[in-house]
Design a protein around this ligand. Sequence first.
Ligand code: ACO
Length: 322
Amino acid sequence: MVGVGHYAPAAILTNEDLEKVLDTSDEWITSRTGMKRRHVSAPNEATSDLALAAARHALESASLRADEIDCFIVSTVTPDYPFPATACIVASKLGAQNKAAFDIEIACSGFIYGLTVAASLIRSGVYKRVMLIGAETLTKIVNKKDRATAILFGDGAGAVILESSQEDSFLSSELGSDGSRPEILRVQAGGSRYALDPLRYDMGEQFIYMEGREVFKFAVTKMIDATETALSKANLTHSDLDFLIPHQANKRIIDAAAKYLDMPSEKVLINIHEYGNTSAASIPIALSEAVRSKKIKAGDIIVFVGFGGGLSWGAVTWRWAA
Ligand code: ACO
């Protein structure tokens, strides 16, 4: 990766703000999730606006112009429109006209799937430079009256730029899915299965629905399995790992997985208290913060691991080159 960047909207929603409008408490939210604050996009701020800011940040860190990028990928479940792809809008606004651009929609696993695709495009020689952006405005699709989900999600974007080089940083990938139970984590209406008619709108089917306890159980197991398989595919073990950068959905999920994987807390990057769950954006935001604070050094072995709607999961092992 030759560039990283992130962006989060200025407006903050704290647990204390939520206490005022929902039957919840700072104590419940903190102890059950580890979350304290989330960043919230303005009504006129769309996912491409967040993605654009993160992309500019990444280009600046790489000292590159947008027209030097061959392909733009945006991982998101909150695109500006059902179509066209948000990536096309971002590439054009950056001034990278006529370049390849497409979205990946695999919920909170979006950065892991996107990284596998981006790194594979480079390894195969199709492109020299690819920008991958995880960007979400999940606060626009949560039911603000549902305490089970309204407390969990925040908005943000993180971007990385991959470039071909002699030394391959992409050591392994492990991806998986199980679509047999889409009902436990979904937005029910607005797709081709159920149109968003007035009845479904009144029932709130345009919002995220989640069976939290079911997702929790699956998440811990899959984070562990995916990390172990990705490490083993790279012929590495836990002890080789310098950093685990997990999807930030719940601090208890991260802690349980880290404990099983025998990862000391200083090697597990957590920023959930500041952003909440930003889905496909959470891992690149955490990465960008760690790179900018010089926590990550050349040669470090990192596992990025995530899970989410689909259900889906994945992990990528990466050697940090610069
Ligand atoms: N404040 C206070 N009480 C609450 C709140 C709240 N905000 N939300 C739920 N409760 C109550 C419930 O009503 C329930 O009450 P009851 O016992 O009287 O029925 C009680 O708290 C416990 O509810 P649970 O849902 O069992 O709580 P749990 O400990 O499982 O925590 C949580 C809920 C935080 C959602 C957890 O299950 C979780 O994090 N699950 C995983 C979520 C996730 O990882 N999603 C990622 C994917 S998102 C994507 O892909 C877009």
